[in-house]
Write a new protein. Structure first.
Length: 176
C-alpha cells in the first residue's frame, strides 16, 4: 500500500472540531486543515492562522490603479492631445477625480482577488482529501480535521494517538 497523504478525523459538532484543532495546534501541527459545512467562529485562530498580506496587496493595487488612471488622463489631456477649451488649464485635476477613483477601486479589487487566490493556493481542482471516505459530508453535517503527512510534526503513531484521544466519530487515512 502506498504512503498515506495524512490522517483525518470526523466529528459530529463544531465544538468538537474546534477542540480538536486546538489540541492539534498544541501538539505542534502547523499545517493541520479543518473542513466544516459552515464558518466556525475561532477555528482559524485555533489552527494557528495569522494575518494575511491580502490587505497590503489590495492597497498597493488600489494605489497603482489610481495612479495609472490619473497618469493616463493627464498624459492624454496635457501631452498627447491638448485642447484649449474656454481658457481652462490643460492639467485641471478636478476633472480627473472620477476616473482616478474608479481605477483605484478596480485595481484594488483585482489585486485582492489575485492575492486571495494565490494565498489559498487556488485554483486547485484536485486535493487528496476528496478521496477520503465520506468526505462529501463536510458539505452537509460533518466536521473534519486533517493532519497531513507533510507537516514537520507528523509521526503516524503519535497522530493516531492524538486523533483517538479527541474521541472522533472515526478517523481514516487520506490516500494519495
Amino acid at each position: 500500500m502506498s504512503e498515506a497523504w495524512g490522517l483525518m478525523a470526523e466529528f459530529a459538532t463544531a465544538d468538537a472540531l474546534l477542540q480538536g484543532a486546538r489540541a492539534a495546534h498544541a501538539a505542534g501541527y502547523r499545517h493541520a486543515e479543518a473542513y466544516a459545512p459552515f464558518p466556525v467562529e475561532g477555528l482559524a485562530e485555533a489552527l494557528g492562522f495569522e494575518r494575511t498580506r491580502v490587505p497590503l496587496f489590495t492597497f498597493l493595487g488600489g494605489l497603482a490603479g489610481g495612479l495609472g488612471g490619473f497618469f493616463l488622463q493627464w498624459y492624454s489631456a496635457v501631452v498627447d492631445y491638448p485642447l484649449d477649451i474656454a481658457g481652462r488649464p490643460l492639467d485641471s485635476w478636478p476633472m480627473f477625480v472620477p476616473v482616478t477613483f474608479e481605477m483605484a477601486v478596480l485595481g484594488a479589487a483585482f489585486a485582492a482577488v489575485i492575492a486571495m487566490l494565490a494565498g489559498c493556493g487556488l485554483p486547485q481542482l484536485r486535493h487528496p482529501v476528496f478521496n477520503a471516505p465520506d468526505f462529501e459530508l463536510a458539505m452537509r453535517n460533518r466536521f473534519f480535521l486533517c493532519l497531513p503527512a507533510h507537516d514537520p510534526a507528523f509521526e503516524r503513531e503519535a497522530a493516531q494517538r492524538l486523533l483517538a484521544s479527541l474521541q472522533p466519530l472515526r478517523w481514516v487515512e487520506v490516500p494519495q
